[in-house]
Design a protein around this ligand. Structure first.
Ligand code: 3HC
Length: 698
C-alpha cells in the first residue's frame, strides 16, 4: 500500500476530532475523539466538512470512514441528549453520507454502536476486524436509533431480525454480523487498507442500503413482536416504539420511514424513561470512583474462596471466568464435593447455552483447586470468605486466615449484614480487611458492594475495585452499617410491606402493585424465591436485642413455624404447584395474616395499589437519605445503582432517589408521614430529603 500522499487542512477553531488524509485517489476520514469517538457537535461538524471536501475533490475516487484509537464510533454523544439539538445533527451527517456521490467504505475496528452503526449503514461497504462489536443499544437509554437505523437495518437484514436486534439492544458479534449481511468482510489487519482495496476493485460502484428492497415476512415479524412484548423487562416504552417504527419500514417509503423514526425518537428523548436511563448510564460510570483514593491495587493472580455453598461456588465461577486460579476451601469433603458439582453444573450450562466453548470450560475447571485444608491459602493474593452468616463463625475464620494467609494478601468477607469492623478486629492487620458483597447468582449479577471498614487501607480498597473491574462487575463502595447500602434500604422497604399486611393488604396485592410499578418481582415473591428460613434464623438471633416498643410484624415467623420456607418447600407467602411452580395466593396465609391483624387489634381495610407504591417508595427514599446522611454511601446516584442492579428496582424509573426527585414534594411528604405513623417507635426521619433530591435532579 502506498504511503500517505496528501493531507487536507480543515478550517475550524475547534480541537481536531476528524482527520482527513489521502492515499492515492482515496480520501480517508478518521474520527479521533477519545475516549469512545462519540459524535459530539464538533465531531459532526468536522465530519460533515471532511465529507464535503472529499466529495468536492474531483481527484477522489472513493472515501474510507474509520475511527482511531481502536474504536469506530460509540454512537451519539449521550451528554447532549438533555440539551437542545445542535446542527448539523447526527441524522444530517448520516444522510449526507447516504447521499454522497462517491462510494464510501466503513472500516470498523472496535465498537460501532448506535449512531456509530448508523454511520456505517449509510456507507456502501462495511469491513470489520474480527474483534469488533456492533449493535443498537439505544433502548438501554430509553431511545430508538434516530439516524436512519430503524429504516436501513431492515433493508439489510430483514424486518423481523431488526425488531429483535433493535428492541433488545443486544450486542452483535462479528460472526453473526457477517452471517446476517450486516458487514461485508472480516479481517484481522488494517481495515483501512482493505477498504481502499475494495473501493479500487469496485471503481465508482455505489450500493446504498436505502434503495434495497424490504423483504417482508409477516409471520416472522409477528413472532419477533410477540417475543418483545411478552417480556416485561424488555418491553419498555422504547422497545415497544422500536417494534412499531421498524415494522412500519415495511409499508412506508424510505423517506417517510425516516420521518416516522425522527418523530418517535424526539418524543422518547424528551420522556421520563430516557431521562432515567441516561441518569443511570452516568451513575454507573461514576460509582467506581472514590474521592481521595490514591493507591495502587495489589496484584492478584491467585485467589481463595472459603465456603463452597451457593454464594461461594458462584464467586469461584466469577473468578475462574475472569482467569484467576482459585483455591476453594470447605470444611468437609462432602460439602466440598457439593460445591464442585455446583460449579461443574454452572460451567456445563454455559457450554450448553453457547456462552462458552467446551475447551474454555475445561481449562477454567483446571484453574479450580478444591481442598479441605485452609493451609492451601498460604500463597493466595486475596481471600473471599463466603461461610455462614454468623458473626462468631466469621470471627473464628478471620483469626485463622490472619495466621495462614500471606501478610500482604487482602482478606474479604462476603457478609451481607455483619460488622466488618468487628471482623477486621479479629485480625492483626485490620487494614487488609474489607467486604465484598456479591449478589446471587454471583457469577451473573453485575453489582458488587464493596464495604470499607474503619481501618480498611486504601490499597485494600483499590484492590477490591480493581478486582471488580477484572470480574466485569459494577462496584459501589459502602460504609459499615447493618446491611450496607442495599440490604439496609431493602429492609426498610420490606418492613413497610409487612406493616401493610397487618393493616389490610395481602401479599399478592402488594406484589402486584410493585410489579405494576416495574419491580422485577414483588417482595413476597422474592422472599419465597430466596427462602424464608435464612432471615428467620437471623431474626431469632437478633430477638433478644430488639426493643419491645418497636412494631414487630410476626407474620413471616408464623409462616416459618409452619415449615413454609418458600419455593423450596412449595409454600411460603404463596403456595406453588405444578412443575412450573406457579405462585398462587394461599387461604392459609390469608388466615394467618388476619390472625396477626386481630392480635394487634387492627381493623383491616383495603389498601389500593397507589397507596402501596407511595408508602413503600417513601420508606425506601427515607432510608436512602439516612444512608447518605450517615455517609454510608458516597453519593445519591450510588444508591440508585445498587437498588436497580441488586434489588429489581425498574431501571426505567432510574432508582428510588431519581424517581423521588421527579415527584411532587407534598405527596412524597404525605406518604412519608404515613410510613412514620405506621412504623411508630424507633422510626427515624431523614432531615435532608429536599436537598438530596435537588442534587439528584440537577
Ligand atoms: N456519549 C458520551 N459519552 C460516552 C458515550 C457516548 N455515547 N459512550 C461512552 N461515553 C463516555 C463514558 O461516560 C465514560 O466517560 P467518563 O470516563 O467521563 O466516565 C467514557 O466514555 C468511557 O466509557 P466507558 O467507561 O463505558 O468505557 P468502556 O470501554 O467500558 O465501554 C462502550 C465503552 C461500550 C462504548 C460504552 O461506553 C457504551 O456502551 N457506551 C454507550 C454506547 C451507546 O449507548 N451508544 C448509543 C448512543 S445513542 C445514539 O447513538 C442515538 C442515535 O441513534 C441517534
Amino acid at each position: 500500500m502506498k504511503p500517505v500522499t496528501a493531507s487536507y487542512t480543515l478550517n475550524d477553531a475547534q480541537p481536531r476530532t476528524v482527520v482527513l488524509r489521502r492515499q492515492s485517489d482515496i480520501a480517508i476520514i478518521e474520527i479521533d475523539h477519545p475516549p469512545v469517538n462519540a459524535m459530539s457537535a464538533h465531531v459532526r461538524r468536522q465530519l460533515l466538512d471532511a465529507l464535503q471536501e472529499a466529495e468536492a475533490d474531483a481527484s477522489v475516487a472513493g472515501i474510507v470512514l474509520t475511527g482511531r484509537g481502536g474504536r469506530f464510533v460509540a454512537g451519539a454523544d449521550i451528554r447532549e441528549f438533555g440539551k437542545p439539538p445542535v446542527a448539523p445533527t447526527l441524522p444530517d451527517v448520516v444522510e449526507a453520507l447516504g447521499r454522497c456521490s462517491k462510494p464510501i467504505a466503513a472500516g470498523i475496528e472496535g465498537q460501532a454502536l448506535g449512531g456509530g452503526l448508523e454511520l456505517a449503514l449509510a456507507c456502501d461497504w462495511r469491513i470489520a476486524t474480527a474483534g469488533s462489536v456492533l449493535g443498537f443499544p439505544e433502548v438501554k437509554l430509553g431511545l430508538i436509533p434516530g439516524a436512519g437505523g430503524t429504516q436501513r437495518l431492515p433493508r439489510l437484514v430483514g424486518v423481523a431480525r431488526s425488531i429483535e436486534l433493535i428492541a433488545t439492544g443486544r450486542i452483535i458479534k462479528i460472526p453473526e454480523a457477517l452471517e446476517i449481511g450486516l458487514i461485508d468482510e472480516v479481517l484481522q489487519g488494517s481495515t483501512v487498507d482493505a477498504c481502499i482495496l475494495q473501493l479500487q476493485k469496485r471503481r465508482g460502484m455505489k450500493r446504498p442500503v436505502s434503495s434495497l428492497p424490504i423483504v417482508s415476512d409477516q409471520a416472522g415479524i409477528d413472532e419477533a413482536r410477540a417475543a418483545v412484548l411478552k417480556n416485561r423487562r424488555i418491553a419498555t416504552e422504547a422497545a415497544r416504539t422500536a417494534v412499531d417504527v421498524v415494522a412500519s419500514a415495511m409499508h412506508l417509503g424510505f423517506d417517510e420511514g425516516l420521518a416516522a423514526e425522527r418523530s418517535a425518537f424526539a418524543k422518547l428523548r424528551g420522556g421520563e424513561e430516557a431521562a432515567a436511563l441516561r441518569y443511570l448510564f452516568f451513575a454507573e460510570r461514576e460509582a467506581p470512583r472514590v474521592a481521595g483514593l490514591d493507591a495502587s491495587p495489589l496484584p492478584v493472580g491467585k485467589a481463595g474462596v472459603v465456603g463452597a455453598g451457593t454464594m461461594g461456588s458462584g464467586i469461584a465461577v466469577a473468578l475462574i471466568n475472569a482467569g484467576f486460579s482459585v483455591v476453594l476451601v470447605e470444611q468437609s469433603t462432602e460439602a466440598l464435593e457439593k460445591g464442585i458439582s455446583r460449579i461443574d453444573e454452572i460451567l456445563s450450562r454455559a457450554v450448553k447455552s453457547g456462552r462458552a466453548s467446551a475447551e474454555t470450560a475445561e481449562s477454567q475447571r483446571k484453574q479450580l483447586i478444591p481442598t479441605t485444608s485452609m493451609t492451601m491459602l498460604g500463597d493466595v493474593d486475596l481471600v473471599i470468605e463466603a461461610a455462614f452468616e454468623v458473626l462468631e463463625v466469621k470471627l473464628d475464620l478471620f483469626r485463622r486466615l490472619d495466621q495462614i494467609v500471606s501478610p500482604q494478601a487482602v482478606l474479604a468477607t462476603n457478609t451481607s449484614y455483619l460488622d466488618i469492623d468487628a471482623i477486621a478486629a479479629a485480625t492483626t492487620n485490620p487494614g487488609r480487611v474489607l467486604g465484598l458483597h456479591f449478589f446471587s447468582p454471583a457469577h451473573v449479577m453485575r453489582l458488587l458492594e464493596i464495604a470499607r471498614g474503619r481501618e480498611t487501607s486504601d490499597e485494600a480498597l483499590a484492590t477490591g475495585l480493581a478486582l471488580a473491574r477484572k470480574l466485569g462487575k459494577l462496584p459501589v463502595v459502602a460504609g459499615v452499617c447493618d446491611g450496607f447500602i442495599g440490604n439496609r434500604i431493602f429492609s426498610a422497604y420490606r418492613r413497610q410491606c409487612e406493616i401493610m399486611l397487618e393493616e389490610g393488604a395481602l401479599p399478592e396485592e402488594i406484589d402486584k402493585a410493585l410489579e405494576t410499578f416495574g419491580f422485577a418481582m414483588g417482595p413476597f415473591a422474592v422472599a419465597d424465591l430466596a427462602g424464608l428460613d435464612i432471615s428467620w434464623s437471623r431474626r431469632k438471633r437478633l430477638a433478644s436485642s430488639r426493643d419491645p416498643r418497636e412494631r414487630y410484624v410476626p407474620i413471616a415467623d408464623m409462616l416459618c413455624e409452619q415449615g413454609r420456607f418458600g419455593q423450596k418447600t412449595s409454600m411460603g407467602w404463596y403456595r406453588y404447584s405444578g412443575t412450573e411452580k406457579r405462585r398462587e395466593p394461599d387461604p392459609v396465609v390469608r388466615a394467618l395474616i388476619e390472625q396477626a391483624s386481630a392480635a394487634r387489634g387492627i381493623e383491616r381495610r383495603s389498601i389500593d395499589a397507589d397507596e402501596i407504591q407511595r408508602r413503600v417508595l417513601a420508606a425506601m427514599v427515607n432510608e436512602a437519605v439516612l444512608v447518605i446522611e450517615e455517609r454510608i454511601a458516597q453519593r445519591a446516584s450510588d444508591i440508585d445503582v445498587v437498588l436497580v442492579h441488586g434489588y429489581g428496582f425498574p431501571p426505567a424509573r432510574g432508582g428510588p432517589l431519581f424517581w423521588a426527585s421527579r415527584q411532587n414534594a407534598a405527596s412524597l411528604n404525605q406518604a412519608l408521614d404515613a410510613v412514620e405513623a405506621s412504623t411508630g417507635f424507633g422510626f427515624r426521619r431523614a432531615q435532608t430529603i429536599p436537598q438530596v433530591l435537588a442534587e439528584v435532579a440537577s
